[in-house]
Design a protein around this ligand. Sequence first.
Ligand SMILES: [Zn+2]
Length: 272
Amino acid sequence: MKIHLLQTGTVRCKQFQLTGASNVLSRLYQLIFTQKWGEWMPTYCSLIEHPEGLILVDTGETAKIYEKDYLPNGGLYHKAVETRIKESEELPHQLAKIGVQPKDISTVLLTHMHGDHIGGLSHFEHATIYVSQTEYELASSKKGRSNGYFPKNWPSWFQPTLIIYSDGPEGNFPKSQKITNDGKIVVIPTPGHSIGHQSVLVKDAKLTTIIAGDLTYNESTLRQEIPDVLLMNKAAQQTVEQVHQYVKDHPSVYLSSHDWNAPEILTQATII
Ligand SMILES: [Zn+2]
Protein backbone atom coordinates (compact mmCIF):
# COMPACT_ATOMS: atom_id res chain seq x y z
CA MET A 1 0.00 0.00 0.00
CA LYS A 2 1.30 3.41 -0.93
CA ILE A 3 0.58 6.52 1.13
CA HIS A 4 0.71 10.09 -0.16
CA LEU A 5 0.87 13.18 2.04
CA LEU A 6 -0.99 16.18 0.64
CA GLN A 7 -0.42 19.61 2.15
CA THR A 8 -3.34 22.03 2.35
CA GLY A 9 -1.95 25.28 3.72
CA THR A 10 -0.44 25.98 7.10
CA VAL A 11 -1.61 26.46 10.66
CA ARG A 12 -0.24 27.74 13.93
CA CYS A 13 -1.43 27.52 17.50
CA LYS A 14 -0.13 28.67 20.84
CA GLN A 15 3.27 27.26 21.76
CA PHE A 16 1.98 25.39 24.83
CA GLN A 17 -0.10 23.13 22.62
CA LEU A 18 3.07 21.89 20.96
CA THR A 19 5.22 21.40 24.01
CA GLY A 20 2.73 21.06 26.85
CA ALA A 21 1.79 23.20 29.83
CA SER A 22 1.87 22.22 33.46
CA ASN A 23 -1.83 22.58 34.19
CA VAL A 24 -5.12 23.87 32.89
CA LEU A 25 -4.69 27.32 34.49
CA SER A 26 -1.39 27.77 32.74
CA ARG A 27 -3.02 26.68 29.48
CA LEU A 28 -5.90 29.10 29.93
CA TYR A 29 -3.58 32.00 30.73
CA GLN A 30 -1.34 31.35 27.74
CA LEU A 31 -4.32 30.87 25.47
CA ILE A 32 -6.11 34.09 26.36
CA PHE A 33 -3.47 36.52 27.56
CA THR A 34 -0.31 35.77 25.59
CA GLN A 35 0.77 35.96 21.98
CA LYS A 36 3.15 33.02 22.35
CA TRP A 37 2.43 31.45 18.98
CA GLY A 38 4.22 28.35 17.80
CA GLU A 39 5.80 28.08 14.35
CA TRP A 40 3.68 27.81 11.21
CA MET A 41 3.10 24.14 10.49
CA PRO A 42 1.78 22.23 7.49
CA THR A 43 -1.73 20.77 7.38
CA TYR A 44 -1.51 17.33 5.80
CA CYS A 45 -4.13 14.92 4.54
CA SER A 46 -3.14 11.37 3.63
CA LEU A 47 -4.21 9.31 0.64
CA ILE A 48 -3.89 5.53 0.92
CA GLU A 49 -3.76 3.41 -2.23
CA HIS A 50 -5.48 0.22 -1.10
CA PRO A 51 -6.56 -2.69 -3.35
CA GLU A 52 -10.19 -2.06 -2.31
CA GLY A 53 -9.99 1.59 -3.37
CA LEU A 54 -8.50 4.97 -2.58
CA ILE A 55 -8.91 5.98 1.05
CA LEU A 56 -8.44 9.58 2.14
CA VAL A 57 -7.64 10.53 5.72
CA ASP A 58 -8.94 14.06 6.44
CA THR A 59 -9.81 16.65 3.80
CA GLY A 60 -7.64 19.59 4.85
CA GLU A 61 -8.22 23.32 5.05
CA THR A 62 -10.25 25.46 2.67
CA ALA A 63 -9.77 29.01 1.37
CA LYS A 64 -13.38 29.65 2.40
CA ILE A 65 -11.89 30.66 5.78
CA TYR A 66 -11.43 34.12 4.22
CA GLU A 67 -15.14 34.48 3.41
CA LYS A 68 -17.19 36.66 5.72
CA ASP A 69 -18.69 34.79 8.69
CA TYR A 70 -17.15 31.42 7.74
CA LEU A 71 -15.11 31.56 10.94
CA PRO A 72 -16.30 33.26 14.14
CA ASN A 73 -15.65 37.00 14.22
CA GLY A 74 -14.29 37.00 17.77
CA GLY A 75 -14.00 34.81 20.82
CA LEU A 76 -11.53 32.15 21.79
CA TYR A 77 -11.17 30.60 18.35
CA HIS A 78 -8.79 33.26 17.05
CA LYS A 79 -6.74 33.08 20.24
CA ALA A 80 -6.24 29.35 19.73
CA VAL A 81 -5.53 28.89 16.04
CA GLU A 82 -4.60 30.70 12.83
CA THR A 83 -4.71 29.11 9.40
CA ARG A 84 -3.47 30.15 5.97
CA ILE A 85 -4.28 28.66 2.61
CA LYS A 86 -4.60 29.80 -0.99
CA GLU A 87 -7.35 28.41 -3.19
CA SER A 88 -4.61 26.83 -5.33
CA GLU A 89 -3.42 24.84 -2.28
CA GLU A 90 -6.78 23.18 -1.55
CA LEU A 91 -7.10 19.40 -1.66
CA PRO A 92 -8.37 18.96 -5.25
CA HIS A 93 -5.24 20.72 -6.55
CA GLN A 94 -2.99 18.54 -4.39
CA LEU A 95 -4.78 15.40 -5.59
CA ALA A 96 -4.42 16.51 -9.21
CA LYS A 97 -0.63 16.59 -8.78
CA ILE A 98 -0.71 12.81 -8.25
CA GLY A 99 -3.29 12.21 -10.96
CA VAL A 100 -6.28 11.69 -8.67
CA GLN A 101 -9.66 13.40 -8.73
CA PRO A 102 -11.97 13.57 -5.70
CA LYS A 103 -14.47 11.31 -7.46
CA ASP A 104 -11.82 8.54 -7.57
CA ILE A 105 -11.86 8.34 -3.76
CA SER A 106 -14.39 5.91 -2.28
CA THR A 107 -13.71 6.30 1.43
CA VAL A 108 -12.91 9.29 3.64
CA LEU A 109 -11.79 8.78 7.24
CA LEU A 110 -11.92 11.85 9.50
CA THR A 111 -9.53 11.89 12.45
CA HIS A 112 -11.69 14.63 13.96
CA MET A 113 -13.89 17.51 12.87
CA HIS A 114 -11.83 20.65 13.42
CA GLY A 115 -11.96 22.99 10.44
CA ASP A 116 -8.49 22.24 9.08
CA HIS A 117 -9.41 18.56 8.78
CA ILE A 118 -12.84 18.88 7.17
CA GLY A 119 -12.42 21.93 4.92
CA GLY A 120 -12.53 19.81 1.76
CA LEU A 121 -15.64 17.77 2.64
CA SER A 122 -17.72 19.41 -0.09
CA HIS A 123 -15.84 17.39 -2.75
CA PHE A 124 -16.87 14.00 -1.33
CA GLU A 125 -20.64 13.69 -1.52
CA HIS A 126 -20.17 10.39 -3.43
CA ALA A 127 -17.86 8.81 -0.82
CA THR A 128 -18.46 6.91 2.40
CA ILE A 129 -17.27 9.27 5.14
CA TYR A 130 -16.41 7.87 8.56
CA VAL A 131 -16.15 9.81 11.81
CA SER A 132 -16.36 8.64 15.41
CA GLN A 133 -19.85 8.78 16.87
CA THR A 134 -18.57 10.66 19.93
CA GLU A 135 -16.95 13.34 17.77
CA TYR A 136 -19.96 13.79 15.52
CA GLU A 137 -22.42 13.99 18.41
CA LEU A 138 -20.44 16.69 20.22
CA ALA A 139 -19.68 18.62 17.04
CA SER A 140 -23.34 18.70 15.97
CA SER A 141 -24.69 19.45 19.47
CA LYS A 142 -25.37 22.81 21.12
CA LYS A 143 -21.93 22.59 22.72
CA GLY A 144 -20.26 22.14 19.34
CA ARG A 145 -19.56 25.79 18.63
CA SER A 146 -17.92 26.46 22.00
CA ASN A 147 -15.73 23.42 21.34
CA GLY A 148 -14.46 24.76 18.02
CA TYR A 149 -16.87 23.06 15.58
CA PHE A 150 -18.91 24.94 12.99
CA PRO A 151 -21.71 22.73 11.63
CA LYS A 152 -23.05 25.62 9.55
CA ASN A 153 -20.01 25.13 7.31
CA TRP A 154 -20.72 21.43 6.69
CA PRO A 155 -22.23 20.42 3.35
CA SER A 156 -26.04 20.08 3.57
CA TRP A 157 -25.82 16.42 2.45
CA PHE A 158 -23.31 15.48 5.16
CA GLN A 159 -24.44 12.24 6.85
CA PRO A 160 -21.29 10.43 7.95
CA THR A 161 -21.07 6.78 8.90
CA LEU A 162 -20.49 6.78 12.67
CA ILE A 163 -17.76 4.60 14.12
CA ILE A 164 -18.39 2.88 17.45
CA TYR A 165 -15.32 0.56 17.36
CA SER A 166 -17.06 -2.80 17.23
CA ASP A 167 -14.15 -4.93 15.99
CA GLY A 168 -12.41 -5.89 19.23
CA PRO A 169 -8.79 -5.38 20.25
CA GLU A 170 -5.96 -4.02 18.13
CA GLY A 171 -2.71 -4.47 20.05
CA ASN A 172 -3.14 -2.77 23.42
CA PHE A 173 -6.28 -0.96 22.23
CA PRO A 174 -9.34 -2.86 23.51
CA LYS A 175 -11.55 -1.55 20.70
CA SER A 176 -10.99 -0.87 17.04
CA GLN A 177 -12.80 -0.63 13.73
CA LYS A 178 -11.65 -2.37 10.56
CA ILE A 179 -12.33 -0.27 7.50
CA THR A 180 -11.27 -2.68 4.76
CA ASN A 181 -12.24 -6.33 4.30
CA ASP A 182 -8.59 -7.42 4.51
CA GLY A 183 -8.28 -5.82 7.97
CA LYS A 184 -5.26 -3.75 6.95
CA ILE A 185 -6.83 -0.35 7.47
CA VAL A 186 -7.94 -0.03 11.08
CA VAL A 187 -9.21 2.93 13.08
CA ILE A 188 -8.48 3.22 16.81
CA PRO A 189 -9.96 5.72 19.27
CA THR A 190 -7.33 8.29 20.36
CA PRO A 191 -9.34 10.85 22.38
CA GLY A 192 -7.49 13.87 23.72
CA HIS A 193 -7.00 16.64 21.17
CA SER A 194 -10.74 16.27 20.65
CA ILE A 195 -13.22 14.14 22.50
CA GLY A 196 -13.79 11.73 19.63
CA HIS A 197 -10.39 11.94 17.97
CA GLN A 198 -9.26 8.78 16.16
CA SER A 199 -6.14 7.60 14.37
CA VAL A 200 -5.70 5.34 11.36
CA LEU A 201 -3.44 2.31 11.18
CA VAL A 202 -2.15 1.14 7.80
CA LYS A 203 -0.91 -2.37 8.51
CA ASP A 204 1.59 -3.70 6.01
CA ALA A 205 3.26 -7.05 6.62
CA LYS A 206 6.33 -5.72 8.45
CA LEU A 207 5.40 -2.17 9.28
CA THR A 208 2.42 -0.23 10.58
CA THR A 209 1.96 3.37 9.54
CA ILE A 210 0.07 5.39 12.13
CA ILE A 211 -1.77 8.31 10.61
CA ALA A 212 -2.09 10.04 13.94
CA GLY A 213 -4.07 13.18 13.14
CA ASP A 214 -3.56 15.70 15.96
CA LEU A 215 -2.78 13.16 18.66
CA THR A 216 0.63 14.84 19.12
CA TYR A 217 2.43 17.34 16.91
CA ASN A 218 5.31 15.05 16.07
CA GLU A 219 6.98 11.79 17.02
CA SER A 220 9.24 13.46 19.57
CA THR A 221 6.24 14.62 21.59
CA LEU A 222 4.75 11.14 21.31
CA ARG A 223 7.95 9.70 22.82
CA GLN A 224 7.75 12.35 25.57
CA GLU A 225 4.03 11.56 25.94
CA ILE A 226 2.96 15.19 25.49
CA PRO A 227 -0.53 15.21 23.96
CA ASP A 228 -1.82 17.97 21.72
CA VAL A 229 -4.59 19.29 23.93
CA LEU A 230 -5.99 22.82 24.11
CA LEU A 231 -7.25 23.01 27.68
CA MET A 232 -8.00 19.73 29.36
CA ASN A 233 -9.15 16.30 28.39
CA LYS A 234 -8.60 13.55 30.89
CA ALA A 235 -8.30 10.98 28.15
CA ALA A 236 -5.37 12.77 26.47
CA GLN A 237 -2.59 11.55 28.73
CA GLN A 238 -3.82 7.98 28.73
CA THR A 239 -4.09 8.05 24.94
CA VAL A 240 -0.50 9.16 24.31
CA GLU A 241 0.78 6.54 26.73
CA GLN A 242 -1.32 3.91 24.98
CA VAL A 243 -0.06 4.88 21.51
CA HIS A 244 3.51 5.08 22.78
CA GLN A 245 3.14 1.52 24.06
CA TYR A 246 1.65 0.46 20.72
CA VAL A 247 4.69 1.73 18.79
CA LYS A 248 7.00 -0.10 21.20
CA ASP A 249 5.09 -3.31 20.50
CA HIS A 250 4.75 -2.86 16.71
CA PRO A 251 7.39 -1.41 14.35
CA SER A 252 5.65 1.79 13.29
CA VAL A 253 6.03 4.90 11.20
CA TYR A 254 4.31 7.85 12.87
CA LEU A 255 2.73 10.61 10.78
CA SER A 256 1.25 13.68 12.49
CA SER A 257 -1.03 16.01 10.55
CA HIS A 258 1.11 19.05 11.33
CA ASP A 259 4.68 17.73 11.27
CA TRP A 260 7.06 19.25 8.68
CA ASN A 261 9.12 16.04 8.95
CA ALA A 262 6.21 13.77 8.01
CA PRO A 263 7.13 13.48 4.28
CA GLU A 264 10.69 12.46 5.13
CA ILE A 265 9.49 10.02 7.80
CA LEU A 266 7.18 8.50 5.22
CA THR A 267 9.69 8.20 2.38
CA GLN A 268 12.46 6.92 4.63
CA ALA A 269 10.00 4.65 6.50
CA THR A 270 11.64 5.90 9.71
CA ILE A 271 10.54 3.65 12.53
CA ILE A 272 9.69 5.55 15.71
ZN1 LIG B 1 -7.61 19.63 15.57
